[in-house]
Design a protein around this ligand. Structure first.
Ligand code: SF4
Length: 372
């Protein structure tokens, strides 16, 4: 068995956004980037025996658009690809000019994900982002000129100070620039971040859960009105432009995560690379001996299958569950699934069990109740 999906983590950023929980370091030094990619190529070689032709390669971060195109070329030349492979690179609007985007495109990237967050400069300032609204429009235009026909943007919902009008403006601007894919996330205040400390000191405020849901629903309504199909709880696309990489994860497919702090899922094992560059270097030269196995017991995997599957608008596939685990989901989760099917919060259609999208606001409490 070989995996056809790879994630690469590039952990360097211009500066650290105060809400960010990703493993990222504010360090824009080309020499360090080069050293990091050198180790990454060694890690690619460590996994040669389980890496097949790729159907998706996702380079995330951090800020991969800080990378010199020569380094991207080295990464891409270390894999083989199916002709239709989706090759995504995340781009921070302040770090990619036309020439760089053109180079990325020429080298083989065919999809970019622009870290938009909001089209309002004051929101971006609140978030501590290194770009403003003009940078987004410029980056988007440059990406189209460079030849990208598949662009994703993401929007954050629940930014302190947001109002229904500003949420509406962001969703409308997203529709107006017309990317192929839009992701929306509710802002999380992680407890070790500067944002959380500010919240504790009452220097910023968090919207209550109902307001966040209202903003989420308002965004959803606008995106769907303009023909973006919601295919996952937070993701919308134009027809045929669903993210191959993310869909594989939600469908419980295997993937290899390379780079510091990257996660992998292969066979029936999940593991996580060290969340430190030096420890990851050590892990790579010792042929991945230092990775941390995070989850491989069957109950955890079954729970995760349900959680990921129900996030999809089409729902989870009971046949795939049977093939993967060798048991029947309706037996394993008999009481709780029947409860939510009977009260019509879940709907069963052939082999699929999905959420009634009108009830998606109670997703977290329902899923917590279902899983073992
Ligand atoms: S640019 Fe992205 S990865 Fe980097 S600090 Fe900001 S949110 Fe985190």
């Amino acid at each position: 068995m070989k995996t056809e999906h790879v994630y690469i983590h590039f952990p360097f950023c211009v500066s650290k956004c105060p809400y960010c929980d990703f493993f990222s370091i504010p360090f824009n030094d080309p020499g360090i980037h080069k050293k990091y990619i050198g180790y990454l190529l060694k890690e690619v070689a460590n996994y040669n025996e389980i890496t097949g032709h790729l159907k998706s390669l996702y380079i995330g971060g951090g800020t991969p658009s800080l990378m010199h195109p020569d380094l991207l070329e080295k990464i891409l030349s270390s894999f083989s690809f199916y002709p239709e492979c989706e090759v995504t690179i995340e781009v921070n609007p302040a770090t990619a000019d036309f020439n760089k985007l053109r180079s990325f495109k020429d080298l083989g990237a065919n999809r970019i994900s622009i870290g938009t967050q909001s089209f309002i400069s004051s929101d971006l300032k609140t978030l501590g982002r290194s770009h403003d609204a003009n940078d987004i429009y410029e980056c988007y235009e440059n990406a189209r000129k460079a030849g990208f026909e598949n662009i994703s943007i993401d929007l954050i919902i629940g930014i302190p100070g947001q109002t229904p009008a500003s949420v509406q403006f962001n969703a409308t601007e997203a529709v107006n620039i017309a990317p192929e894919h839009i992701s929306t996330y509710i802002l999380t205040f992680y407890d070790h971040t500067p944002f959380y400390k500010k919240l504790e000191r009452a220097e910023i405020f968090k919207h209550d859960d109902d307001t966040e849901m209202d903003f989420f629903d308002l965004t959803s309504e606008i995106l769907e009105k303009y023909c973006y199909k919601k295919y996952e709880i937070s993701n919308y696309s134009k027809p045929g432009k669903e993210s191959i990489h993310n869909s594989n994860t939600w469908n419980f497919g295997s993937y290899l995560g390379l780079g510091a702090a990257a996660h992998s899922f292969f066979g029936k094992t999940r593991w996580e690379n060290p969340r430190s560059i030096e420890n990851w270097y050590y892990s790579v030269v010792n042929c991945r001996k230092a990775y941390k196995e995070t989850q491989s017991d069957t109950v955890s995997l079954k729970n995760e299958f349900i959680m990921l599957g129900l996030r999809r608008t089409d729902g989870l596939n009971t046949g795939y569950y049977r093939a993967f685990f060798g048991s029947d989901i309706m037996e394993d989760y008999k009481v709780s699934l029947n409860k939510y099917l009977n009260n019509k919060i879940l709907v069963k259609n052939g082999e699929c069990i999905r959420f009634d999208q009108k009830k998606i606001g109670i997703f977290n409490s329902v899923v917590s109740d279902i899983i073992l």
